[in-house]
Write a protein that binds this ligand. Sequence first.
Ligand SMILES: [Zn+2]
Ligand SMILES: [Zn+2]
Length: 178
Amino acid sequence: MDKILLDLRELGDGVSRRVLEGEAASLALGRDDYTLHSPLRIVLDVDKSEGEIMVTGEVTVPAQVECGRCACLFAEEVRGRLRARYIRTRGDAKPKCALSDDGVFEISRDERVLDLTDEVRETVCLALPIRALCSPECRGLCPTCGANLNEEACCCERRQGHPAWSALEKLKNGGRET
Ligand SMILES: [Zn+2]
Ligand SMILES: [Zn+2]
């Protein structure tokens, strides 16, 4: 799988902007309800100095999403903010390692190319809601007949309403069953 790489050799000191494009497949999100499409686009502001590299930016990726209530498919652009700081160490060259869980890493002083794949994956993961919904008002599917309640009102809805509603109905009717 392709990695998302930032080439540090072509960056001067100070702030510069870089736009990277990558394959959505590189992220392997592990979400059944989100299918990501290429290109994955990352617009980065990189602040480079001798001792550290500060990376901030926005990740956008087109996705096909399956609603968690009505199972309809819809298109959405996922957007997330990326922020990471890479501190250069003086010691021997060693692979990038995390110093904390909020995006601070240690890299070797002569690291030439930064692999941002994990950071981008995490950014996209955090941007996704726990449950995808086509709209906050989505009414979902009827648990009895499977009708899409956004499109039609089925008959079982009235007969087998939510238990709380039936209890209310009963009160309204002076305690008699309807
Ligand atoms: Zn829905
Ligand atoms: Zn129904």
